[in-house]
Design a protein around this ligand. Structure first.
Ligand SMILES: Cc1cc2nc3c(=O)[nH]c(=O)nc-3n(C[C@H](O)[C@H](O)[C@H](O)COP(=O)(O)OP(=O)(O)OC[C@H]3O[C@@H](n4cnc5c(N)ncnc54)[C@H](O)[C@@H]3O)c2cc1C
Length: 313
């Protein structure tokens, strides 16, 4: 393997809806663009999305990513799998280094690295089977509609959990909020939940048992498990924003990249897109960010080059 770093006009980190949209736009701007990803787009875990515009019958996450990849490659984007562990500003742009020691140089970077979910404690296979079966969900905005009038359990008795339970009340009158450990609700939150007809359990979660058509939830103060059609853990997320910090970006208190970084991150030539930025974590938003960040990166390069088309190196 050659250790000589390859040079690109734009490197996009991430091959989810944000990164692949950015790659498509950049390829169509005739930019030399490389997408590097480590195979962990959250979209790959979606059994079927019903709110991606243009797919009235829904589309599996794997199929969406496969189509988007094909589309970007069709116009000339290069895509390779590697985990980037270091990103630093260097003369002429940025230097990215992979876990295996490979390195790449780029004049501009778009970070579309997504977020990681804080998940409930289930063996990985069982966890993904429960998502596939539709008895475990993480995003009410994505799929609350599909669980209209269902028996819904929300896990996480804090302000996040309370907010999620109240949000889901639009879809069902049968909502129960349960603590992961111990309840952390304020008297006002408890009152609001009671007013909305949401049941609140107080015993800590001891075991989750996914079945094909329901989730059994064992709580420490109940002899029998509670049975729900679906549960929504509300346990927060961890943005994959460490590479932005390395590039010199100051992150938001919740670890996200500031929303304005889609347009201007404060670091010349560096842009961000999708879930890793502050805001609504959705496919359609990630795609929009990808288009905006790519156009900004392209225009920034044009400015650097006095608007001329550069010869291939
Ligand atoms: C179960 C589930 C169901 C969902 N349902 C819906 C739905 O119905 N509708 C909807 O709109 N949204 C849904 N979502 C959310 C949706 O998947 C995300 O909003 C969307 O994928 C965000 O796109 P993104 O490109 O920002 O990030 P992602 O798709 O997560 O992509 C991040 C990319 O960055 C790469 N990456 C990160 N760090 C590195 C690194 N250091 N080196 C190399 N590569 C790196 C990853 O490999 C990945 O390719 C769902 C999510 C889940 C988990």
């Amino acid at each position: 393997m050659s250790n000589k770093a390859k040079n690109y006009e734009v490197i996009v980190v991430g091959a989810g809806p944000a990164g692949l949209t950015a790659a498509l736009y950049l390829a169509r701007f005739r930019r030399k663009v490389l997408v590097i990803h480590d195979g962990n787009s959250r979209a790959l875990r979606i059994p079927t999305t019903h709110n991606a515009p243009g797919f009235p019958d829904g589309i599996r996450g794997t199929e969406l990513i496969e189509r988007m990849t094909r589309h970007a490659v069709e116009f000339g984007a290069k895509i390779l799998e590697a985990k980037i562990t270091d990103l630093e500003q260097s003369e002429g742009g940025f230097r990215l280094v992979g876990e295996d020691g490979r390195a790449w140089n780029s004049r501009s970077v778009i970070l579309a690295s997504g977020i990681l979910l804080n998940q409930v404690d289930l063996p990985p296979d069982l966890h993904e089977q429960a998502i596939e079966a539709g008895v475990l969900r993480y995003c009410p905005i994505c799929d609350g509609f599909e669980h209209s009038d269902a028996r819904i359990g929300v896990i996480g008795c804090d302000s996040n959990g309370a907010a999620e339970a109240l949000f889901l009340r639009q879809y069902s009158a049968n909502i129960t909020l349960m603590p992961l450990g111990y309840p952390e609700l304020s008297p006002e939150q408890s009152r609001e939940l009671r007013g909305a007809g949401i049941a609140v359990e107080t015993g800590a979660l001891t075991l989750l048992e996914p079945h094909v058509d329901h989730m059994a939830v064992h709580l420490e103060d109940r002899d029998e498990p509670l049975r729900f059609d679906v549960i929504y853990p509300a346990l927060g997320v961890r943005p994959r924003a460490e590479l932005a910090s390395r590039a010199g970006i100051t992150l938001e208190p919740d670890g996200c990249i500031p929303a304005g970084s889609v347009n201007d991150s404060g670091v010349a030539g560096f842009f961000a897109a999708g879930d890793v930025t502050e805001g609504l974590d959705q496919i359609s938003v990630a795609m929009g960010h990808g288009a905006v960040a790519a156009t900004n990166a392209h225009n920034w390069l044009r400015e650097q080059d006095s608007h001329t088309l550069q010869a291939e190196d």
